[in-house]
Design a protein around this ligand. Sequence first.
Ligand code: HPA
Length: 282
Amino acid sequence: MIDPSLPILPADQPARLDALEAAVRARSDLVPEVGIVLGSGLGGLADDLEDSVAIPFAELPGWPAATAPGHAGRLLLGGLGGRPVAMLQGRFHLYEGNAPGLVIQPVLLFGRLGAKVVVLTNAAGGLDPAFGPGTLMVISDHINLTGLNPLTGPNADAIGERFTDLTDAWSPRLRERLHRAGGVEGVELEEGVYVGLTGPNYETPAEVRMYAAMGGHAIGMSTVMECIAARWAGLEVAGVSLVTNAGAGYTGEPLTHEEVMAAGAEAGPRLARVIRRFVSDL
Ligand code: HPA
């Protein structure tokens, strides 16, 4: 039985990635150019994959089955927009009790399999009052408020340096490409700063006001660990938040997981079009 809360140190990652890579290579020899993490409600992009091989998380060494609602929990390899990609349908969240070192393994695996670019998507609450449900926000930067870091502990120099630079963590080049893809598809894209917390509770209205004052535009419970790890491993990172609800307190109504999933279902296909175009025009 896997205990997903057990710490995984950076120095443990190379051996774990050897085992993961071997398990994937037993099923597929596809070398992805891009690795894509599909957040809540965005799993539909997986239907567009051509000639795909699907591996449930629980069939990969050290990975528990996904538990979050709305997350299928599969690694997929196939063609998207004419290019080889790896996709994670679902992800590992901190709020499930997963160790940060486990949360980052999918993006590290993308790199191991050959990907140079990672696309992170998520469902998020709007901190910018102008970002209502259905807003798509290209992530320009993030604020890690989880209090956690996936890179603490002995480093693995074979993967990346001890002190990872995050100046341009969210690649300016890829942000421009996302906007270009949005333009071609006729899909409006905003841009802003993603604030990442562990969850699983939604924020209080006072917290939402504080995070907005701090410079955040959207808030969620994923993504920041994965971005940090991808930069550590030298991957180029792009991301889009799908705003599913106004931040707590803005409307006076309580937040529900159902409204988050419904907004994801409405806006997910728009985001899927942008990502397909982005990948095919890379
Ligand atoms: N807060 C945090 N995470 C979220 C939200 C929110 O309002 N909506 C969707 N994920």
